[in-house]
Write a protein that binds this ligand. Structure first.
Ligand code: G3I
Length: 305
């Protein structure tokens, strides 16, 4: 196949990208989007601050632009994200206790209900584990409402949209030997044991020289899949250029292809100039929209299955 989506479809997988509503008027951007990708994640437009800017008043304009563009082109949508310590609307940031807990659950219910039937998978909870060697939860206003806030969010999402896959999504969970990876693994194991509704785990996969692609990446993805969840690479980008960057991309894609339950890969933007990273060249297309060496290596490994 000659496109990322077409090549991924040969093994029943998807190949997606983050999309920014502000770029939907850029014809080069939209041309690549429509040609190469079959899954879309809103880069910012479905987050809590965007969808509930004042309490109880929901705002879906930019999110709908992305969702309708994707569905109109026959693409699917990953929802990102229902509950997160970051990018909370200002009214939520200083809330605590039972009022925050009910505001969070209401947000999950309202947004998942609004998009019911349109979302392939939701990142129900994003980035709830701490960095470092402890393997525990990240401190946040949501965490301080009680350790069960994550499962409460998953139960609310399931009730609101029973057809969507429900994912836990995080970064720096790629290396199997890291405490954070182990902490997330134990939570998913516990959820599966107790019947908390969880269907998938997202690995953001933001790599750079300080956080390289680990050699045990396949082990990590396979061990999570063995818990009975799908795994997905949800926000892939890799700092670098040329053949070194191309090889690292190839390794990540190969790790996913070698795990049956790794159902798809999403890159976090289209051209280097679309990346959230202020400088650098972490994506598959250059600033002019030309395919980079990394693009060619990803396409060829997808076509090798
Ligand atoms: O839209 C406003 C604009 O009006 C304003 O003038 C400007 C001034 O700062 O800010 C603009 O908003 C920015 C927004 O991106 C859109 O560009 C925010 O400040 C900025 O904080 C925001 O950054 C986003 C970041 O999440 C926030 O946490 C990035 O675009 C987005 O790529 C990034 O994505 C996250 C995932 O959601 C979770 N995993 C990590 C990943 C990378 O950080």
């Amino acid at each position: 196949a000659s496109t990322l989506a077409g090549a991924a479809q040969q093994s029943g997988r998807y190949f997606g990208t983050a999309v920014a509503a502000s770029r939907l008027g850029d014809s080069t951007y939209v041309g690549i989007l429509n040609r190469e990708f079959d899954m879309v994640t809103a880069e910012n437009e479905m987050k809590m601050d965007a969808t509930e800017p004042s309490q109880g008043r929901f705002s879906y304009g930019n999110a709908d632009r992305i969702v309708n563009q994707a569905i109109g082109q026959g693409k699917r949508v990953r929802g990102h994200a229902l509950a997160w310590h970051s990018q909370q609307p200002s009214w939520m940031q200083n809330m605590s206790g039972s009022s925050l807990r009910s505001a969070m659950l209401n947000h999950v219910t309202q947004v998942a209900t609004y998009y019911r039937g349109k979302i392939y998978a939701w990142d129900v909870v994003n980035e709830a584990f701490a960095d470092g060697s402890g393997g525990g939860r990240r401190d946040s206003n949501l965490q301080r409402t009680g350790n069960d806030w994550i499962e409460a969010a998953f139960r609310a999402a399931r009730a609101a949209d029973p057809g969507a896959k429900l994912c836990y999504n995080d970064y720096n969970t790629d290396n199997w030997s890291h405490a954070k990876t182990q902490g997330v693994y134990r939570m998913v194991q516990d959820f599966k044991t107790r019947g908390v509704p969880i269907d998938c785990v997202g690995f953001q996969a933001h790599f750079n020289s300080g956080n390289p692609v680990p050699s045990n990446y396949h082990t990590t993805l396979q061990n999570f899949a063995n818990l009975g969840v799908d795994v997905q690479i949800t926000e892939l980008d890799i700092e670098g250029s040329g053949s070194s960057q191309a090889q690292q991309y190839q390794g990540v894609v190969q790790a996913c292809l070698s795990v049956t339950r790794c159902t798809g890969i999403t890159v976090w933007g289209i051209r280097d100039s679309d990346s959230w990273r202020a400088s650098g060249t972490p994506l598959l297309f250059d600033n002019s929209g030309n395919k980079k060496a990394a693009y060619n290596s990803v396409l060829s490994v997808l076509n090798n299955v």
